[in-house]
Design a protein around this ligand. Sequence first.
Ligand SMILES: [Cu+2]
Length: 354
Amino acid sequence: MRCGWALGLAVIVAGPVGAQSLLDRPPNLTGGWVAGSGTLQFNFVHRFERSDPPERKISNTPSFLMAIGLPMRTMVGFTYATNSALSPRYPNEWEFLARMAVFSELEGAPLDLSVQAGYNLSAEGFDAEVSVAKVLGPVRLMAAGRSLADPFASGRELGAAGGIAFRLSRFLAIGGDLATVFDRPAGRLEEAAWSAGLHVAIPNTPHTLSLHATNANTATLQGMSRGGSDTRFGFEFTVPVTLARYFGSRRAGPDSAAPAAQAQPAGDARVVRATMKNLAFIPRRLEIVAGTTVAWKNDDPLDHTVIAVDKSFDSGLIRSGATWHRTFTRPGTYEITCTPHPFMKVTVVVKPAP
Ligand SMILES: [Cu+2]
């Protein structure tokens, strides 16, 4: 199949679970997700391929991503794949990467824009990607442009990718993508890369699971851009580990990229909307005037609470998808946390009404 100029249309599922959720992206696109600040992210991709008869040998291709979320919506880490076919005689593929979500729809930008740069030891060169994503109802659309080191020569290759994911429910999404490099040298066996998957959020956990089919091999930028002639079946499992809970909780502090939300201008509707997402209150600091109602929506696939540290109020369990309101009538500073996740913190500063 020759897909010379095929340029994917990228779409993935919009959703409550957040950027590192597999419900927000198809199997071979990152969607520009970054781990939350202070979160160690471990993603495990495992793919299987069966050889022709009579052997029918099953070959496994695992890719492990280990990354740490930093402030400013930045993440650094590596992907390691043990059965890479990217470069002859180099089955252990390492990619060291840094990714930044420059603009985020969650924080008011019209779309998500992310950049990634890294070095692939197997291709012996630098790879980079710029990706955009846009949520349209239950759909998240995504497109990416890539500049890749050529693992067979000293040149560079430009590529593009796109995908679609569609949110069927809070716990279920389907997604697919297409990626290719342009001007592939004649005689190269590789094809456009494709994937299709069913993605599940495991209820009451921060984990998501992808069950998918693809002709791509490893989960590096290189691996996701190059398809083969065989279809592989596999899964991905995501494990965010919130390190912030093991360090002084105060240090989790306001995310410098997330300005404190301001109270609505005076009027009847003094309601400030906030969310609980990716095991964090967003925003982490609210400044309001007395009489303002804060509406916290639980956008995670698990239950949270909104409880004052001094126990002066307690929402009780707020189910996934539910919203809880509280009107703050007395000026003061309220330190708030979540009972099952005490590392979640939000500060509400209530100023006297003018
Ligand atoms: Cu919680």
